[in-house]
Design a protein around this ligand. Structure first.
Ligand code: MN3
Length: 201
């Protein structure tokens, strides 16, 4: 997918993730924050038309080849668009629980148990200073990025799961209590979607 970029529609209603994530947060996060990243990314590409045919993934993996005048904008807004597009897909009103089958086995091989993985992820999420993201890579390593950076910008493969720990993702529901937000978010994580990404990675 290349420019002009569009806000993806969600696979569920804004109120579908309640009581874990409120309709107010979902609507604001999707319609205002994500739309803002899309609009500003499109403006940057308009200002550097040679980028028009680049896919979003190419923009993020070849940031060093993006004209300097728009590079930081593409990094922030392109990252924001990519990250949020994945974030919405990783959640479902039918989510929660634990992975099954081969993904569950691979996770146990790497972390010892799902509980240990869960704890490592939560520690990583609480350890992000300020605004950023937590990612699960296809090799099941957990990495974090600041701001709207993507693992793609570091030469890493596309993540299979992402958690937004910007305060805009939880402040209306949980104020400054990031740990409460993370606990709630686990209840909507769509392991079937993540397992599909993992198999295809
Ligand atoms: Mn966000």
């Amino acid at each position: 997918m290349s420019a002009p970029y569009q806000l993806p529609t969600l696979d569920y209603e804004y109120d579908a993730l309640q009581p874990f994530i409120s309709a107010e947060i979902m609507q604001l996060h999707h319609q205002k924050h994500h739309q803002g990243y899309v609009d500003k990314l499109n403006s940057a590409v308009q200002a550097a038309p040679e980028l028009t045919d680049w896919t979003l993934e190419t923009l993020l993996t070849r940031l060093d080849q993006v004209p300097e005048a728009v590079r930081q904008t593409v990094r922030n807004q392109g990252g924001g668009h990519y990250n949020h597009s994945l974030f919405w897909k990783c959640m479902s009103p039918d989510g929660g629980g634990e992975p099954t089958d081969q993904l569950a086995e691979a996770m146990v091989r790497q972390y010892g148990s799902f509980a240990a993985f869960h704890q490592a992820w939560t520690q990583a999420a609480l350890g992000v200073f300020g605004s950023g993201w937590v990612w699960l890579l296809p090799n099941l390593d957990i990495v974090t990025t600041p701001n709207q950076d993507s693992p793609l910008m570091q030469g890493l493969p596309a993540p299979i799961l992402g958690l937004d720990v910007w305060e805009h993702a939880y402040y209306l529901d949980y104020y400054n209590r990031r740990a409460d937000y993370i606990d709630a978010w686990w209840r909507v994580v769509d392991w079937s979607y993540i397992a599909m990404r993992w198999r295809e990675s």
